[in-house]
Design a protein. Sequence first.
Length: 358
Amino acid sequence: MISPYRDLPDHHFWRRSVSGRTPETLDPIIPSRFRFGREDRIATAGSCFAQHIARTLQSTGFTYLRAETGPSSVGATDENYSTFSARYGNIYTVRQLLQLFQRAFGLFDPAGRAWRRDDGRFVDPFRPVIQSEGFANEEDVLADREAHLAAVQTIFETCNVFIFTLGLTEGWRSQSDEAVVPLAPGVVAEAPAGESFVFHNFSVPEMSADLSLFLTLLRKVNPTVRVVLTVSPVALIATYARQHVLVANAYSKAALRVVADMAQHAFDFVDYFPSYEMITGPHARGRFFMEDLREVTAEGVDHVMRNFARHYLDETLVKSHVAAGSYVIREEDIRYQRALIESVSQVICDEEHIDRRA
């Protein structure tokens, strides 16, 4: 008999490609579906970890798409204009991403307008911590939101590449119109009387349907866009589900990983980048996590972004590694590493406010 596994390459076998590997040498990408050139307009969105990709692209000279570059209205200070491609803050759930698209293109107009903080300042419930000082009144919130959504529309219509990092399955949903917000009322601000939100932990079927609809809509307004999905390796800071946060985190990451895989197989313009596996896999032996066992170390970020650059960035940034048949970053093009290491502690994460107010 001839085993069907006999002629498979080494990466199909755990013993040959995982066992005995040091954390920083394991590269699980076989291979990427596409590469980006300096002329490609690349946009990013998602959870906290997505900010590392944004910084890598900006620091290596690629065309990182930024549609909001300064204060757009009275009361808007110069905060979070380069964190992502637009000033949307963290987009944790797939439903948030879908509704952001729908709001930008006039397909969904949620009832929620502005929430008030304890200090009397106002915030946009869909991006509640983009501005530390908040807004003076509801009118300023709405004016800034209008400019923001116009910028979001520009991003979706003009980017060549859209990179989205899936972060959470847990969210808070309006009982009146199903609008989803990144933080529950009471974490940084209170919803007005009459606006009621309930906790919702999204299922795989729900998220898969949402992501499929988003990708379909995106392709309608931008027929040639390519999409890269990744799952954040950063654990939940807290859960509202009736279970231990460790168990809740396991569900969240497993479900998001399945959803990303389903999208990759359903759409030929979608690829999956395994940052989650590179950080959390048993080969890493916990080395890429900080003392809190949640945040990723600078070394871990550097490892992930090296592999991202090796497989996705244009070959003008890489050279053939003849012995291994792979690619390595040229010495003159690795300046992004220092910037990443210095900026790990500067990642903006809306979730942090949950723990501060608990």
